[in-house]
Design a protein around this ligand. Structure first.
Ligand SMILES: Nc1nc2c(ncn2[C@@H]2O[C@H](COP(=O)(O)OP(=O)(O)OP(=O)(O)O)[C@@H](O)[C@H]2O)c(=O)[nH]1
Ligand SMILES: [Mg+2]
Length: 397
């Protein structure tokens, strides 16, 4: 999927963020990578005050999002707020480009440590090579301290920009993921059970269905779509059982009862929990539901800060299902957007939304945070599967 017609949502773009001290040349490097004057450049420290994102098509990568961040050492009055905005970029970037203009300070060391804890790939860059008297010496020093071999770049002469683009493309290849990875091969027959009930939007498919269908067609799978009511008839038209059946969780029981012996069965929610997070952690987290007591406390985290709907999953449906199982006294806090707390220790379980507004890295950052604090974490789809009693019957890998 290397093409981009400009409509690719930000969450599906490969996210590259540039980090470094004030005046290290981040905005100039962004402009050099992009080949346009996107960000303001000046010799005044603290020129960039808010992260600037540029959606673009990078060679050998495709749809990308490049983020220029404020300097990590901004100590002006608003500096702390700016550094906080840079933290959001740390949470969501698929690859971090760190600019070194001088030696290696504690700020870069701490950033590297934080990125390594999240397993985010790092590319080290020495900026402004055209005016550095001893690039070799600086390069040795950076490698010695950080273990990273820096690329020498100059936004002024263009030196190293192609090398940097290639390094980004390499990280992208390593990060490529498919929604249906490991579940089917090209030419497999895949059956999709997609109820089109009253809640379905008129005239179009919901996003998970559309995305899976598109991917299967691109993977050259033979794809058959039907509703649960048509499933038995659809199976009789086939000469062999489908390799894989993917169903909406709402009709899981019916689909399970009709599933031929030779077919694997999974759900859209499980596929997206894998695609947008870490399925093993989420399944282990959902098992924590069994240990909950009426005095437990749960954090429900929404990625987007939209106005809640009346039958909102996070605020209505999930709390209702949990309280029915555990007891009415169960404490449930709901946070949205960037309200996700640093301290998760008051909670017995975190349940994250499906994260259609976040990229995978952002979810992995939150999983890493929960893991560091020893708090179980799962997501909506997996939690609902556990509460419906289908988690043991659905294929997760
Ligand atoms: N000679 C030379 N100067 C550069 C290069 N890159 C940036 N500069 C200069 O360095 C200064 C700072 O560049 P910026 O790109 O604004 O740096 P920044 O890291 O975005 O700075 P803040 O937004 O303040 O954090 C400007 O005067 C640029 O013209 C380069 O490759 N070579
Ligand atoms: Mg800048």
């Amino acid at each position: 999927m290397k093409y981009d017609n400009g409509n690719t949502p930000h969450t599906e773009r490969f996210c590259v963020a540039l980090f470094g001290l004030c005046n290290s040349g981040k905005s100039s490097l962004l402009n050099a990578i992009v080949g346009q004057q996107v960000a303001i450049v000046s010799d005044i420290a603290g020129t960039t005050t808010d992260p600037i994102s540029k959606a673009m098509e990078l060679p050998d990568v495709g749809a990308s999002l490049i983020i220029d961040t404020p300097g990590l050492d901004d100590n002006t009055l608003l500096g702390e707020m700016r550094v906080q905005r840079s933290r959001e970029a740390i949470d969501r970037c698929d690859v971090a480009v760190i600019l070194f203009s001088d030696g290696v300070s504690d700020i870069e060391k701490n950033l590297i440590e934080e990125l390594r804890r999240r397993e985010t790939p790092i590319i080290a860059v020495i900026s402004k090579c055209d005016i550095k008297p001893n690039v070799q010496g600086l390069s040795h020093q950076i490698t010695l301290i950080t273990g990273l071999a820096p690329i020498c770049t100059s936004a002024t002469t263009g030196e190293g920009i192609d090398l940097l683009r290639q390094a980004i493309a390499q990280r992208h290849t390593a990060e490529q993921r498919l929604i249906t990875e490991g579940f089917c091969q090209p030419h497999d027959v895949v059956m999709l059970i997609m109820p089109q009930d009253a809640q379905a939007p008129k005239g179009r498919l919901i996003k998970p269905q559309a995305q899976v269908l598109r991917e299967l067609l691109e993977r050259e799978c033979i794809t058959l779509c039907c509703t649960a009511e048509q499933m038995a008839d659809a199976l009789t038209t086939m000469t062999a059982p489908p390799k894989l059946i993917i169903t909406d969780s709402q009709v899981f029981d019916k689909v399970y009862s009709l599933k031929p012996e030779g077919s694997r069965l999974t759900s859209f929610s499980i596929l997206f929990a894998r695609y947008k997070g870490d399925i093993e952690t989420f399944v282990a987290g959902a098992k924590a539901i069994e240990q909950l007591t009426p005095s437990s406390r749960i954090l429900i985290a929404e990625a987007c800060a939209h106005a809640p709907k009346s039958e909102d999953i996070g605020r209505v449906k999930l709390p209702r299902m949990l309280r029915r199982k555990v007891g009415e006294a169960l404490r449930i806090d709901v946070v949205a957007g960037n309200e996700f707390p640093c301290d998760l220790s008051p909670y017995d379980l975190v349940i994250h939304c499906g994260a259609c507004m976040f990229n995978r890295r952002h979810v992995l950052s939150r999983i890493a945070q929960a893991a560091e604090q020893g708090v179980a974490i799962t997501n909506y789809g997996v939690a609902i599967a556990a509460l419906q009693g289908i988690l043991d019957r659905v294929q997760t890998q």
